[in-house]
Ligand binder design. Structure first.
Ligand SMILES: [Cu+2]
Length: 296
């Protein structure tokens, strides 16, 4: 290490890099140094290689985006891939340059001391403007998708009210009167049913803490905030049963806060609603059956 410092200091101190007899920059270093330089370069090369390999292999092991079964999912996935390619190219370029510099300018392999410069004003302006322009472009480019998913709400009454609570999803369907908050409302837990090819509007609430209503296959993710009624909408395009998960650590039981969403035809959906209605009626006691408290 002494050798390093001596030569570096010589390089930066204005005096010409003095050559100490029998002790040149490379000769004086122990042999192991060269191998450690190679090892470190290759170790850093592993980052882009393994990073890329992970992304290439992941889809084959089903560790990739879940199947998209929503109308707006296509544009969300498109944005995701676009940003992934953009950042991926920058990531690969910087990692490969890092590797190349470590390899080429390995102290043990080079006889020249480091040159000190004061940087380049032009270069700094360029590498500030390019990312800033890219971010601005992305901000504008994604606006329409954002508006579709979060701003252009379908004009309709809520199809269901979803109330998140530790640690379940309480669902409330408007009954036959199609109005929430009336006597014929239907109550279900963790089992959301949705008719296919129809706009579906959820009124999202939280009973206790912050939760996040996440339907991966429908590309829906929205925080549930106590004290707020938040509209969430989507249109499902494929029948099947998919996950509902909570995407916000909300307490000890967060991991088990999951439900399922069943996308089905309008006829099946109506049949299911009728069944829920019948079950609910069967378990509800009429006013005459409620026992009157015995007088003391
Ligand atoms: Cu939660």
């Amino acid at each position: 290490m002494d050798h390093d410092n001596r030569d570096r200091n010589a390089g930066s101190g204005g005096s010409p890099p003095g050559k100490i007899p029998g002790d040149t920059w490379a000769d004086g270093l122990p042999k192991g140094r060269r191998w450690s330089g190679i090892a470190w370069s290759l170790l850093f090369l592993l980052v882009p290689v393994l990073g890329t390999a992970t992304f290439v292999i992941a889809p084959y092991y089903d560790h990739w985006l879940p199947k998209d079964v929503s109308v707006h999912g296509k544009s969300i996935d498109g944005l995701f891939y676009f940003i992934l390619v953009l950042t991926g190219v920058v990531f690969l370029a910087t990692e490969l340059i890092l590797f190349w510099f470590m390899w080429k300018y390995d102290a043990a392999a080079s006889s020249k001391p480091a040159t000190y410069i004061h940087g380049s004003h032009t270069l700094e302006v360029v590498w500030t403007i390019i990312p800033a322009a890219t971010m601005l472009f992305l901000a504008i480019y994604q606006m329409n998708t954002w508006a579709d998913v979060k701003m252009r709400r379908p004009r309709m009454a809520p199809s269901v009210e979803v109330v998140a609570r530790q640690f379940e999803w309480r669902l409330r369907y408007p009954g036959r009167d199609e109005t929430l908050g009336t006597e014929d409302d239907l109550f279900v837990v963790n089992d959301l049913h949705v008719p296919i090819d129809e706009d579906f509007l959820v009124q999202l609430k939280s009973m206790d803490v912050l939760h996040s209503f996440f339907l991966p296959n429908l590309r829906v993710k929205q925080d549930a905030v106590p004290g707020m009624k938040i509209p969430v909408w989507f249109k499902a395009t494929e029948t099947g049963t998919y996950d509902i998960v909570c995407a916000e650590v909300c307490g000890w039981g967060h991991y088990k806060m999951k439900g399922r969403v069943t996308v089905e035809s309008r006829a099946d959906f109506n049949r299911w609603l009728a069944r829920i209605e019948a079950e609910q009626k069967a378990t509800q006691r009429g006013p005459e059956e409620i026992p009157v408290a015995a007088a003391d």
